[in-house]
Write a protein that binds this ligand. Structure first.
Ligand code: N01
Length: 509
């Protein structure tokens, strides 16, 4: 992948999770002249830095949930923990020489395209303590210093799941106890001896509830919709297997290849024929029956929608935790939160010391993460809030020259590793930049009709998928549009993004 030819572009990458780090590694190898990764937080890591709740781990096997160009023979478990994944990502940044290109504590607050100069201007704010006195536009009032930087190319790698969604429950602001979101875990809060409420039973909650249950006095789990749960075949990867992977990289590549196809085969039921979900549903129901003996609790935990319509969750300790005597699963809807507890629609008031909101992230109807103004004043936030988020191949948006999204609209997965999608985007955006330089053009932007036709194709493709089977999920907007997921096989996405089709874009010198 190395190249000696310089690419005379100034590239700004926003975000340093898997997407931003992977993209920076590729662009550095390509010889991009000027490359900066802006990271709002004090350290890199994206979702794997933010989601540090007890028990946080990946639900995709580690040998698949890692970069293909940076295999890690030393994964200690089949499903790595948050800490191990974050360490892996830091190691990738260090070993591929991009650490010095990352500016932490540098939050991009706005991006504007200058139609005359044909460049992007990014407003970047940094905590005042981290800035030098000579920085331009310094503001003493806010405690932040601001500067404006120029870039030819902006790559948005800020992640689709980076903005925690707190539930809009009446009275939540009145609560006097501890209140935090699962992605902003309060590690200083002492759980021992407390009555703790968890709102939500999604992917994050099923991972931390078993850990909470062992530490708190009482655990109240407020469940709106029961998830489908499958056991998680997590086990340590012994020293011997790690040695084999170290000595025989081909063996590790084969393990990854075989994991990829095991996961990809699941797409058949997700996107080709949801009727094929019947067998996994029978398996999950019998797993629930084996783990939960109490018929009343089992009834509460039995989903009434097709498996896969919401994310299928993997956990071998969630059901056992819910059967413990210090746990209540409450299905009565929450009416309001009061100063010291939670009141449900049946009129019951329960005292709690702390509330953990495992209520997911702002996605389906979300606009841009910060103001992004493209050519001729096009406002991405306004457009996405009125029409719903959309892009071409999740990467390019008409009216926004030289702006690329990573893991933008319609690139999420319900069945396989997101790193595969991220690597597809890395190749696609790299190919766009090479094409731009080869043509001697100043800017490129996707044609409006191409973006429109692609989104029409997506709309049609969703109709036969499991996500159109009628459940409510964060994948769907208020208007029922799915702007979150890719409605096909991941190898189809890889094929479409393998190289850029010049006819899809308008180039300007
Ligand atoms: O969020 P979720 P999450 N009142 O949206 C409930 C990824 N992830 O943070 O189902 C009461 O899954 C909501 O109820 P309902 C993964 O892509 C990956 O857990 O809408 N309840 C639901 O139970 C995942 O999909 C890993 O009826 C309210 C829960 O809150 C995504 O992150 C690990 C409510 C939200 O569940 C999000 O996961 C963890 C309200 N007002 C997460 N609002 C990996 O291992 C919401 N809920 C890779």
């Amino acid at each position: 992948m190395s190249s000696s030819s310089k690419i005379a572009l100034r590239v700004a990458i926003v975000g340093s999770g898997f997407a931003g780090i992977g993209m920076a590694i590729r662009l550095r190898r390509m010889g991009v002249a000027s490359l900066t990764v802006y990271e709002a937080a004090p350290e890199i890591g994206g979702t794997w830095r933010d989601n540090a709740y007890p028990g946080a781990a990946c639900d995709i096997p580690s040998h698949l949930y890692s970069f293909s160009f940076a295999p890690n023979p030393s994964w200690s478990r089949t499903f790595a923990s948050q800490r191990e994944i974050l360490d892996y990502l830091r190691r990738c940044a260090r070993e591929h020489g991009i650490e010095s290109l990352i500016r932490c504590n540098a939050r991009v607050t706005a991006a504007r395209f200058d139609d005359d100069a044909r460049v992007w201007r990014l407003d970047v704010s940094t905590p005042q303590a981290a800035t030098s006195a000579s920085r331009p536009n310094e503001s003493n009032e806010t405690g932040l210093a601001g500067e404006t930087v120029e870039a030819d190319i902006v790559i948005m790698a800020s992640g689709p799941l980076s903005r925690p969604a707190m539930p809009g429950i009446t009275g939540i602001e009145r609560f006097r106890g501890a209140l935090f979101h699962s992605a902003r875990w309060d590690h200083d809060y002492v759980l021992e001896g407390k009555t703790v409420a968890v709102i939500g039973t999604g992917a994050s909650a099923v991972q931390f509830i078993p850990h909470l249950q062992r530490r708190v006095t009482r655990l109240l789990v407020f469940q709106r919709t029961p998830p489908w749960i499958m056991p998680r075949p997590d086990r340590p990867i012994g020293e011997r297997a790690q040695r084999v992977f170290r000595a025989l990289p081909l063996a590790q590549r084969f393990a990854r290849w075989s994991l990829y196809w095991q996961h990809e085969a699941r797409a058949l039921a997700f996107v080709v024929n949801p009727k094929w979900m019947r067998a996994p549903m029978r398996f999950a129901s019998s797993y629930l029956a084996r783990r939960v003996g109490d018929p009343e609790l089992r009834a509460k935990l039995t989903p009434d929608y097709v498996l896969g319509c919401k994310r299928v969750l993997l956990s071998s300790d969630y059901y056992p935790a819910l059967t413990q005597p210090n746990v209540d699963v409450i299905t009565a809807p929450i009416r309001e939160i009061v100063e010291d507890g939670i009141v449900t629609e049946d009129g019951r008031r329960r005292h709690v010391d702390a509330i953990v909101c495992a209520t997911g992230f702002e996605v389906a109807d979300a606009g841009a993460p910060f103001p992004i103004i493209g050519a001729h004043g096009a406002d991405l936030d306004a457009r996405w809030r009125s029409e719903g988020p959309q892009a071409y191949l999740g990467a390019s948006i008409a009216g926004f020259p030289n702006l690329f999204m990573m893991i933008g609209p319609n690139t999420g997965l319900g069945h396989n590793s997101m790193i595969y999608m991220i690597e597809s985007h890395i190749a696609y955006i790299a190919s766009c930049l090479r094409l731009l330089c080869r043509r001697g053009a100043r800017t490129m932007q996707v044609r409006e009709d191409v973006e429109h036709a692609f989104n029409e194709w997506l709309r049609q493709a969703f109709q036969k998928t499991v996500w159109a089977s009628g459940c409510r999920s964060w994948y769907l907007s208020e208007r029922g549009r799915n702007a979150a997921l890719w409605p096909g096989f991941t190898f189809t996405f890889r094929r479409l993004t393998r190289r850029v089709r010049p006819g899809d874009y308008v180039f300007e010198k």
